[in-house]
Design a binder for this molecule. Structure first.
Ligand code: UDX
Length: 462
């Protein structure tokens, strides 16, 4: 929304939320999320044509276009638990829009939603608006930005996708929304489709991106077993223009708010429409991701003589990727839980993630994070320490596990780190970002994901 305000000075953008603390944060100098470049964009427009408000009803009533970006968490109970999207918040938003609207509006689905959500939302809108002259036209306009590069992605998107009905009013609404983006996006990058194609395209894009990572992660396991190097394999196949070089980095697992949720959603839809083979096909992307995280934990334990109980382990990075403080579905959660299960004493350091967030994540059951009132389960707090300093986290530790590819990790003085650690000192690089040859020279036992195993690891524990 900030990008619309930035590029369209004649349009007034009001971001509304019932959560007062959040709106206050958006109106302050410390925004509620960290995203490179966002602060500058917000500060440039705030108070001019960009506003943040809790007066939801007033601003919806006044708007010509309403973008709905509410949570669509995975259901945690009932039919479809662990797979289907919970549309409670979407339906609630639709009811509010219907109740306060006295003029016709374009309603834009921004949140990723299951296919055919627009149909359900339209029914809710129509049946709950008392003014028969009010017309709602629903568009699907999924967002493809990635965190950490959001401003870049929004400034120069590969494409903007707008789906609408193939009726006259539907096409008019598409043209209206397209004219907003045309302020800064070249016309040939604005794709217009029918509603269901737009909704399904978002799920498919995320599923295919995640599938590439799971494919490489499956190969990383094979590389370790055979002595091949997954980065060499990725480079070799990435030069094939049909495959392309992006999204081929094997890792400890993919995270983030979208991939798992959207694939589960896709799986659920396929099952619901009687396509179990298609559902199983996509489910395997998640299964492989879980396997990769578990495999990493097992590798740590087996390398360290099959016992990590009471051993200090430094965890470098908790965010699901670099340049963000976001921890949703970060692989670090499952890895830390796995290590804690075996009694490890974790000292976690992340340059951006707040201490309370880490405790909360480790205490929150699967799929609950996206619900506003997530239940917390008790956790063994004595096994977790949050470090403000990476050197302190590694001091007297037996091992370091790299969970996020933060650039600063590459700059550390690893000789100093090594000297402060218990020997043998292990590094488990879940992102393949460190200089492994140099680390080995220093004396570390190095596990690099998907690469030939150190003789030390091979001889005794492979
Ligand atoms: C993703 C999609 O890229 C974006 O288009 C969509 O709008 C939202 O979901 P995001 O979750 O912000 O964006 O991050 P992304 O860069 O896609 O990374 C997702 C996860 O995959 C991260 O945990 C990342 O570390 C991991 N990843 C990515 C890999 O493990 N290997 C890779 O090669 C690329």
């Amino acid at each position: 929304m900030a990008m619309i305000a930035l590029n369209c000075p004649e349009i007034e953008v009001v971001v509304v939320d019932i959560n007062e603390a959040r709106i206050n944060a958006w109106n302050s100098s410390k925004l509620p999320i960290y995203e490179p470049g966002l602060q500058e964009v917000v500060e440039k427009c705030r108070g001019k044509n960009l506003f943040f408000s809790t007066d939801v009803h007033k601003h919806i009533a006044e708007a010509d276009i309403v973008f709905v970006s509410v949570n669509t968490p995975t259901k945690t109970s009932g039919v479809g638990a662990g797979k289907a999207a919970d549309l409670t918040y979407w339906e609630g938003a639709a009811r509010t829009i219907a109740a306060v609207s006295t003029s016709s509006k374009i309603i834009v689905e921004k949140s990723t939603v299951p296919v055919k959500t627009a149909e359900a939302i339209e029914k809710v809108l129509r049946r709950n608006c008392s003014d028969p002259s009010v017309h709602f036209e629903i568009l699907s306009n999924p967002e493809f930005l990635a965190e950490g590069t959001a401003i870049e992605d929004l400034t120069m998107p590969d494409r903007v996708l707008i789906g609408g009905k193939e009726t006259e009013t539907g096409q008019k609404a598409i043209a209206t929304l397209a004219s907003v983006y045309e302020h800064w996006v070249p016309k040939d990058r604005i794709l217009c489709t029918n509603l269901w194609s737009a909704e399904l395209s978002k799920l498919t894009a995320n599923a295919m991106l995640a599938q590439r990572i799971s494919s490489m992660n499956s190969i990383s396991a094979l590389c370790e077993a055979t002595g091949a190097d997954v980065q060499q394999v990725a480079k070799s196949i990435g030069t094939d223009s049909r495959i392309g070089p992006k999204f081929l980095n094997a890792s400890v697992g993919f995270g983030g708010s979208c991939f798992q949720k959207d694939i589960l959603n896709l799986v659920y839809i396929c099952d619901s429409v009687g396509l179990p083979e298609v559902a199983q096909y996509w489910q395997q992307v998640i299964t492989m991701n879980d396997f990769q995280k578990q495999r990493f934990v097992e590798r740590v334990i087996s390398a360290m003589f099959n016992t990590i109980s009471r051993k200090k382990i430094a965890v470098y990075g908790f965010a699901f990727k670099k340049d963000t403080g976001d921890t949703r579905e970060t692989p670090a959660i499952d890895v830390c839980r796995g290590l804690m299960k075996d009694g490890a004493n974790l000292h976690i350091y992340d340059p951006k993630v707040e201490e309370q967030q880490i405790y909360l994540d480790l205490a929150t059951p699967k799929f609950e994070w996206d619900h506003p009132y997530a239940r917390a389960t008790p956790i063994a707090k004595d096994l977790i320490h949050i470090s403000k300093d990476p050197m302190e986290a590694a001091k007297d530790a037996h091992a370091i596990c790299v969970m996020t590819e933060w650039d600063e990790f590459k700059q550390y003085d690893f000789q100093k780190v090594y000297d402060s650690m218990v020997k043998p000192a292990f590094i488990f690089d879940g992102r393949n970002i460190l200089d492994h040859a140099k680390l080995r020279e220093i004396g570390f036992i190095v596990y690099a994901l998907g690469k030939p195993l150190d003789p030390f690891l091979q001889r005794q524990y492979s």
